[in-house]
Design a protein around this ligand. Structure first.
Ligand code: GDP
Length: 478
């Protein structure tokens, strides 16, 4: 339900009779106990010059509440889910292919591997799940949609090239998501490869190897010559052991859609990573705003499965529509319930697209600070030269107002890219451009994701603006 005329009048501190008159004037006939639809509320609010914030009812939005509760003893170990990130041409795709091939077990040797967005390998009787989309665009755009499917990130750095802008981006994306990092120094077979130089360079980003007193694991590999791969897999298992990734396999499944498409023969297919519980053929589920019943399920080796447990990627058919990557996936006790939840979610989604805005912008920063919702102001800096980016970072990090500080999530030289905006969106950050502008695609995404981009060319102006925003003294921009 929304609000009655009476409730709305109260919220606006107006007489109900006045609101009814105003509504009439706007072409809406209403009585005091009448529930208004969203359009009418928005119309009225804009007439009174107030912002409407849509609170999405928990019942319709949060999937977690449908999940059965786990006792500690229900939780069992599960395979880690790994994403490979790094600069272009440093060998992400080669590494993903090489790992996939290290581990085709006997019976499946002839089997054709299927691309289902992720695959599993087995080493020393332990499984590891790899997300098959290299690069951080997929990682971060999923996170922007609230889905964190990665347990461990491998950052690939080519030993003959070094730490490059996208290496740094990948590191910052992983750090922002608080995902443990393993560094794979690749192409050690090449002439001129210098792994020690990479180690040295990465200390600047707080990735310090154990032998130098840090706790980051570095592995020297050659994805192409297949050198060091087993060691890399062992290190993944080591990190997984320390982190103790667990899930309860004995309940209805919940997971995340990693890819989806309309297949000519099969109809809508979704590739899903199961994160909790076990998915079975015949289960009724909701994926985003779509619902369905698992008709068939195959794994990355093209093998038909009857059920799939935590950390297993599967391709399923039996959907009514095509969901989106990053959509949550959850099984319900029956089809009727699944259908009704999917329909409610579709309505909520439309409503939220109409106006809900929970992004931090400088304009409403003070409000969030006052209400204790924000402890750090997350910032991404892009600038024209390294010197000014560093200077800006130094100055911003000195700001502290009423316990709130500026936290730089990412910085770089060059135009504001879509990746910057997606990171900002995923981390509720603002973007500062210093003598640079957003690329057209970045601008579009910032508009749709409601990410605040501030462009400046004088350092003290940036500082002044941030300080004013933190104190609630920002001049309104019209
Ligand atoms: P991506 O853009 O990070 O996915 O990089 P690719 O996997 O496409 O690799 C880029 C190029 O580097 C390709 O020509 C690969 O064959 C080559 N390459 C990848 N790994 C290695 C390696 O370990 N040694 C050598 N010599 N070349 C490699």
């Amino acid at each position: 339900g929304t609000m009655t005329v009476g409730e709305l009048a109260k919220a606006l501190h107006k007489d109900a009779s006045e609101v009814i008159k105003k509504l009439l004037f706007l072409g809406v006939m209403a009585t005091i106990n009448q529930e208004l639809d969203l359009d009418a509320i928005q119309l009225l609010a804009s007439d009174y010059n107030v912002e409407v914030e849509l609170k999405i009812p928990v019942e319709e939005d949060k999937f977690e509440q449908f999940e059965e509760h786990d006792e500690a003893e229900d939780l069992l170990g599960r395979p880690p889910v790994v994403t490979i990130m790094g600069h272009v041409d440093h060998g992400k795709t080669t590494l993903l292919d090489a790992i996939r091939k290290t581990n085709v077990t006997e019976g499946e040797a002839g089997g054709i591997t299927q691309h289902i967005g992720a695959y599993q390998v087995e080493i020393h009787n332990k499984k590891i799940t790899f997300l098959d989309t290299p690069g951080h665009a997929a990682f971060t755009s999923m996170r922007a949609r609230g889905a964190l499917v990665t347990d461990i990130t491998i950052i690939v750095v080519a030993a003959d090239d070094g730490v490059m802008p996208q290496t740094v981006e990948a590191i910052n994306h992983a750090k922002a998501a608080k995902v443990p990092i393993i560094v794979a120094v690749n192409k050690v077979d090449k002439e001129g490869a210098d792994p020690e130089r990479i180690k040295q360079a990465l200390t600047e980003y707080e990735l310090v190897p154990e032998e130098w007193g840090g706790d980051t694991i570095f592995c020297n590999i050659s994805a192409k010559q297949r050198i060091g791969l087993e060691n890399l897999l062992d290190m993944i298992l080591l990190v997984a052991e320390v982190q103790e990734f667990k899930a309860n396999p004995n309940k209805r499944a919940r997971g995340t859609v990693i890819e989806a498409e309309l297949d000519k023969g099969k109809g809508p297919v979704a590739r899903v990573l199961i994160q909790h519980g076990t998915l079975k053929v015949g289960d009724s589920f909701v994926a985003g705003v779509c619902f369905g019943r698992v008709r068939a399920m195959v794994n990355d080796r093209g093998k038909r499965l009857k059920e799939a447990g935590p950390s297993t990627p599967v391709e399923i058919t039996g959907l009514t529509e095509v969901p989106q990557a990053g959509d949550p996936f959850i099984v319900f006790e029956d089809e009727r319930k699944a259908r009704s939840i999917a329909e409610k979610r579709a309505v909520t989604l439309r409503q939220s697209e109409m106006g809900a805005n929970v992004r931090v912008t400088l304009d409403d920063l003070y409000k969030h600070i006052k209400e204790g919702e924000i402890k750090d102001l997350n910032v991404i800096i892009k600038g024209d030269v390294q010197g000014s980016v560093e200077a800006l970072r130094g100055s911003l990090e000195k700001i502290e107002i009423e316990g709130v500080r500026v936290k730089i999530l990412h910085q770089g030289v060059g135009a504001i890219t879509e990746s910057d905006v997606i990171l900002a969106s995923a981390s509720n950050a603002i973007v500062i451009g210093f003598n640079v502008r957003p690329e057209p695609q970045a601008k579009n995404t910032a508009e749709s994701e409601k990410v605040d981009i501030r462009l400046h060319s004088i350092i003290y102006k940036v500082i002044e603006e941030i300080e004013h925003a933190m104190k609630g003294m920002l001049d309104p921009v019209f």
